[in-house]
Design a protein around this ligand. Structure first.
Ligand SMILES: Cc1cc2nc3c(=O)[nH]c(=O)nc-3n(C[C@H](O)[C@H](O)[C@H](O)COP(=O)(O)OP(=O)(O)OC[C@H]3O[C@@H](n4cnc5c(N)ncnc54)[C@H](O)[C@@H]3O)c2cc1C
Length: 412
């Protein structure tokens, strides 16, 4: 039984079907049939992607022989090995794969769903929000545009930075860049979590005249028709004419109603190398739903898929699990003006300069046109390579070490 028919649920079900054939019955449950290509949300506000091109049928992404049910998950009963769905249906399972992702919780921040919502306070983290923001941006003729991350973890932690870089390009294209102040407000102590990438990204923000405000824990968002301000828990204020806020994230609500399954944020605790849940040996977790110390990204979900589905097969065969998931993460960072950066890292190795996947390949930690083309190609790869669960030569689960080099220490 696979809970969630997004990135992780779809690719896990397809890989299991391919690897185990008809010996195993697979059912995927999701609340609707609209599979959204979430990386495309970044481009909608700038008129670079059309909403209707980002959504396809979930059912159609699943290989033949996989059952699909449209229903909400209400609760998991670990002891009874069954799932309760909306409408009162109960389904038993032998093995459960949790792939219900992360949930946006704007209501957790005072004022974020109040006055000014969808007028001066926006988000691009869901489709309706991205569409409304496109309208707001096209009508914006100057002033303070603040991009804010309320708290970590969030899906695709580089996406708000990409938004800043694209906004710089977008207003330059409209020849009003000199009338727009761009401000990036983050709870982190730097532009990003990992030191080498943080230095590069801070430098890029500075080059593009994007002000960086760090260690800002947003407590309140006061929006209104004419603008507003962010207020941090320690009383600092950041005024804005237009705010783009990435809300707090949590796990799916049913996790809280399923004793033992998750942590206090609704994420599912699991072994970070085997992806077996801490709750029960026959429960595994993939993607954003997992409480493991890696990024919440489609690439991570893809790299997890190989290990997770192998481990489900091993579990069914009574064999020891493979503990080789290394936290591999790989992200294109759109940097504006037809360029993008690429970062590649894992639990132990931070993003470093060099090339991916080997000595010759895509440049790491440096903006390039090639990476921008890679970012655009990712949409095709998502639907035709990643979701069908294909093994892609050169894109296996372990992070490649070839091609990366340690930068010389910076002089004092
Ligand atoms: C703006 C943005 C940009 C991004 N850019 C990138 C990028 O460039 N590169 C990258 O690698 N990743 C990117 N990501 C992240 C990527 O989309 C996610 O990490 C990935 O989709 C995670 O897959 P998942 O299966 O864990 O969750 P999802 O794909 O979100 O799937 C979870 C599914 O569970 C279902 N579900 C939840 N609760 C229930 C319930 N109670 N009952 C039934 N069904 C339920 C949901 O409907 C959903 O279909 C981006 C995300 C966003 C928001």
């Amino acid at each position: 039984m696979v809970l969630g028919g997004g990135t992780g649920g779809t690719l896990a079900a397809n890989r299991l079907r391919r690897d185990l054939g008809g010996d195993v019955g697979i059912t995927v449950v999701d609340r609707d049939d609209d599979h959204l290509y979430q990386p495309g949300l970044l481009f909608v506000p700038f008129g670079l992607a059309r909403p209707q091109d980002l959504v396809r049928s979930r059912r159609a992404q699943l290989h033949e022989g996989i059952a699909y049910r449209t229903a909400g998950v209400e609760r998991v009963e670990l002891d009874a090995q069954r799932v309760l769905l909306s409408g009162g249906v109960t389904l038993p399972y032998d093995v459960l794969i949790v792939a219900t992702g992360a949930r946006l919780l704007p209501e957790e921040t005072e004022g974020l769903t109040g006055p000014g919502r969808r007028e001066t306070v926006h988000t691009f983290y869901d489709l309706d929000g991205a569409v409304a923001l496109e309208r707001a941006l096209s009508g914006f003729t100057g002033g303070r545009l603040v991009v804010n991350v309320v708290d970590m973890p969030i899906k695709c932690p580089v996406a708000p930075l990409e938004f800043c870089f694209l906004a710089d390009w977008y207003f330059a294209e409209r020849r009003i860049r000199d009338r727009v102040e761009l401000i990036y407000v983050t709870p982190l102590d730097a532009a990003f979590t990992k030191p080498v990438a943080a230095r590069t990204l801070s430098g890029m923000l500075a080059d593009k005249h994007v002000e960086l405000v760090t260690e800002f824990n947003t407590g309140e968002v006061h929006g209104g028709t004419g603008g507003g301000q962010l207020v941090s828990y320690d009383g600092r204020q950041v005024p804005f004419d237009l705010a783009v806020v990435v809300p707090l994230h949590g796990g799916a609500a049913y996790v809280d109603r399923s004793p033992g399954l998750g942590d206090e944020f609704g994420f599912v605790t699991a072994d970070k190398h085997t992806l077996q849940s801490a709750a029960a040996p026959n429960v595994f977790v993939i993607g954003d739903a997992a409480a493991i110390p890696t990024s919440k990204a489609g690439s991570v979900t893809h790299f997890e898929g190989e290990i997770l589905t192998g481990n489900v097969a091993r579990f069914l065969a009574g064999e020891p699990l493979d503990a080789s998931f290394d936290g591999h993460t790989n992200c294109f960072i759109e940097s504006g003006f037809g360029t993008a950066m690429l970062i590649d890292f894992n639990y132990d190795t931070e993003p470093l300069p060099g090339h991916y996947p080997a000595g010759i390949g895509l440049p790491l930690l440096a903006p390039s046109r090639l990476n921008h083309l890679g970012k655009l190609m990712f949409a095709w790869f998502y639907w035709h390579g990643l979701l069908p669960g294909r093994d892609i030569p050169g894109l296996g689960s372990p992070m490649p070490h070839a091609g990366k080099h340690i930068p010389a220490p910076t002089p004092p």
